[in-house]
Write a protein that binds this ligand. Structure first.
Ligand SMILES: [Zn+2]
Length: 467
């Protein structure tokens, strides 16, 4: 498997620390608001990285932090007059809902920053003792000049003189000593911890170092984030972790590009700021956004427009219909290996092979999607004929399932009994050539949010998608 490593600025052959296992740490959300679709692009990217390793038969151990204490969460919770915990729990819940709607695999250890304060303090105490950190009047800072490899990830030049920055929103142009522990002041209200250090709270960067090392070990295989985290966040994570452990922190650094909206950076002031809920309100299925993300390779910027999203909504409808219709097509057994059977096997094998190669080529998900659609087209051909040989059916449906284990764009769901009954009634009318009655029933099914398609000898019901 080949993957681009930001640390070496090269596409490298992936080699895990332990055979058969990949340890992955991904920077999670700061739960002060709904996450926006730009953030969600990143979370889908993490999911694809994970699924790519699984496709290659690796076992995956994945940890993601939930940043439930920082400048913003404290400020917002105070403005809302609720406790920090109550405030962040609400947005954590919404975040989890978004992940599930996007069919992101949840076999992840999610861990709150506030549940790992002891670990952070332990690291800070050692950094202080060994001279990598120093105390100032308002907190404890990491001394960037003490870490000789500073800048190795981002290429940021360091010149030996640094200002100090306490805020969580950092200067992106200059290296600065950064806060490991911020002493309490009145802006923090009742948010503080004591223990091994003076009353205060952790800085943002130390959270990820502590959680990654605690749950996955001092050196891990893969650390992912969006490109804007390379500097200073990831640079700072490396500095404090490696100063603490005297070991390499991460072997492979993977970064996902940004999402633009109509060619511009998303921002509240431009009125182009969207959450998944905004897409749903306009009638889109969340998986159409997943499909859009998959169609664009993770190292390219993705330009989101609603026009474009409509295209993916249509593709999503096609996937749903193709799979369901193929499953419902009548099966029969050829007595021997027919030409058609041999041909189908050949096409299926070569598409599946090409699919895996695309995924393993630095996650070329755009290519992989073409292979998936090629198999769906072949399945459509069989469906149109009205019957399919059992063996050909299993070649095709197994390969489609295998690809979908990676893509995660087809998710089965229950059709309510009420809808099935209406559809059967319609089929009866149709067979009796009462087409006007049948059309009325079709409309009724439509109004209830479902779609009915006719096959040669039967029919299939799917959700209704935006047209
Ligand atoms: Zn992080």
């Amino acid at each position: 498997m080949k993957i681009y490593n930001t640390l070496s600025r090269n596409v490298e052959n992936f080699k895990p620390l332990k055979e058969g296992l990949v340890t992955i740490y991904t920077c999670g959300p700061t739960v002060y608001n709904y996450v926006h679709i730009g953030n969600l692009r990143t979370f889908i990217f993490y999911d694809l990285v994970k699924r790519a390793f699984k496709l290659n038969n690796y076992k995956v151990k994945h940890v993601m932090n939930i940043t439930d204490v920082d400048d913003k969460t404290i400020r917002k919770s105070m403005e809302s007059h609720v406790s920090l915990k109550e405030y962040t729990e609400l947005y954590t819940k919404y975040f989890m809902e978004d992940l599930q709607k996007l069919n992101i695999e949840m076999d992840t250890k999610f861990t709150n920053a506030t549940d790992n304060i002891d670990e952070m303090q332990k690291i800070i105490v050692k950094l202080l003792k060994e001279g990598y950190a120093y105390e100032a009047e308002d907190g404890i800072y990491f001394n960037v000049s003490k870490f000789k490899d500073y800048g190795k990830l981002s290429g940021m030049k360091v010149n030996g003189s640094y200002s100090r920055i306490k805020n969580d929103e950092y200067d992106k142009e200059n290296a600065s000593d950064f806060a490991l522990w911020k002493y309490w002041d009145e802006n923090d209200g009742n948010v503080y911890w004591e223990g091994k250090l003076k009353k205060g709270r952790p800085g943002w960067h130390i959270e990820c170092s502590a959680m990654s090392m605690k749950y996955l070990g001092k050196t891990i295989d893969v650390h992912c984030g969006a490109v804007d985290l390379i500097f200073p966040h990831h640079e700072n994570e490396i500095a404090q972790s490696e100063s603490y452990s005297k070991q390499k922190f991460v072997d492979y650094w993977l970064h996902g590009e940004h999402l633009l909206v109509n060619g511009q950076k998303m921002s509240k002031s431009l009125g182009n700021f969207y959450t998944l809920r905004d897409l749903e309100k306009q009638g889109f299925n969340p998986l159409s956004f997943r499909l859009m993300v998959i169609d664009s390779n993770y190292r390219n910027k993705l330009d989101f427009t609603f026009e474009n999203l409509k295209k993916y909504e249509k593709l999503l409808a096609k996937i749903d219909l193709s799979v369901k219709a193929f499953n419902k097509t009548e099966k029969y057994d050829e007595t021997e290996d027919s030409y058609s059977r041999i041909q189908t096997k050949k096409v299926v094998d070569s598409e599946l092979q090409a699919f895996k190669e695309a995924v393993n080529n630095d996650l070329n998900t755009h290519e992989a999607l073409q292979n998936f659609f090629a198999l769906l087209d072949l399945a459509d051909e069989k469906t149109k004929k009205g019957k399919v040989d059992n063996k050909e059916f299993s070649y095709l449906s197994n390969a489609i399932s295998k690809m979908n284990e990676f893509l995660g764009v087809y998710v089965d769901y229950e059709i309510p009994k009420e809808i099935i009954d209406l559809a059967e009634e319609r089929e009866k009318e149709r067979k009796e050539k009462k087409f006007a009655e049948a059309d009325l029933l079709r409309e009724k099914i439509n109004e209830k949010g479902y779609f009915i398609a006719d096959l040669p000898n039967t029919f299939v019901i799917t959700k209704r998608y935006l047209e």
